[in-house]
Design a protein around this ligand. Structure first.
Ligand code: XBP
Ligand code: MG
Length: 237
């Protein structure tokens, strides 16, 4: 089967962003006079839930059951998440979070070979725009044909919804695509959508269960990138 498209996850795949997310959550909590602080070990546990708003609710239910929920709890969580996203996009705009090594080479090689590119992510759309503009300026709009992100689908990863949404938008069969992910949730989502999914690990995900991955790479160093091309059947020269 020919590979006509590569669909990229964002957080942990295009760039190591989760540390910046974690710090942004904590800044939002502080500014909201909440004594919550997500340290790295706790954040690692909370990452099992995708989506910032869903993660905050999971934290309250699981770790803060005595928290007096405000009357309009959903609005409270939404506003807290808006504050967090402002901090996060400011961190991105300050150029603090570069793309992971060789991701741009993979994107450039694929583009040159006529392979279509898209994004399927759980993160909020403004986060994707801020990261891509930081890296490519407005040029990103010509690089990624479709961007599926955040609340655009009813169920976030590990549900397949976001990948299915991207496939439909691109009018593509799953068999003609590959996905690049970093997490167990992302792998489950891609596989459930019928897409051959590759994993690059990072500090938050390297101990997760990647059963079903087409291949697992610690990073996309040159030899790993060539290996990915070969396993994926990408005839990129
Ligand atoms: C990772 C996520 C996101 C981010 C936080 O998304 O699960 O929730 O952790 O971003 P992906 P938001 O790996 O699919 O790119 O607070 O905007 O959700
Ligand atoms: Mg990810």
């Amino acid at each position: 089967m020919n590979i006509n498209a590569i669909i990229f996850d964002v957080d942990g795949t295009l760039a190591d962003t989760e540390e910046a997310h974690r710090q942004s959550f904590n800044r939002a909590f502080l500014e909201s006079n909440l004594s919550w602080n997500w340290d790295v070990p706790l954040y690692n546990k909370l990452l099992k839930v995708t989506g910032g708003k869903e993660r905050i609710k999971y934290y309250v239910e699981t770790f803060m059951p005595m928290f007096q929920k405000p009357e309009k709890y959903d609005d409270f969580v939404k506003n807290l998440h808006i504050l967090k996203t402002t901090h996060y996009t400011n961190m991105l705009k300050s150029g603090l979070i570069p793309f992971r090594p060789n991701i741009k080479r993979l994107i450039a090689d694929a583009k040159k070979s006529g392979i279509r590119l898209a994004i399927a992510t759980t993160t909020s759309p403004e986060n994707v725009t801020a990261l891509l503009e930081q890296e490519y300026g407005k040029e990103y709009e010509a690089i990624f044909e479709v961007i599926g992100s955040g609340d655009i689908v009813p169920q976030k990863k590990p549900a397949p919804d976001i990948y299915t949404w991207v496939l439909e938008k691109m009018n593509l069969n799953a068999a003609n695509c590959i996905a690049l992910e970093d997490s167990e949730n992302g792998l489950k989502s891609g596989v459930a959508a019928g897409i051959k999914t590759f994993i690059t690990t990072n500090q938050y995900t390297h101990k997760q269960d990647f059963t079903g991955a087409a291949a697992i790479f610690e990073d996309l160093s040159n030899h790993n990138l060539e290996k990915l091309y070969h396993i994926a059947g990408l005839n990129i020269k």
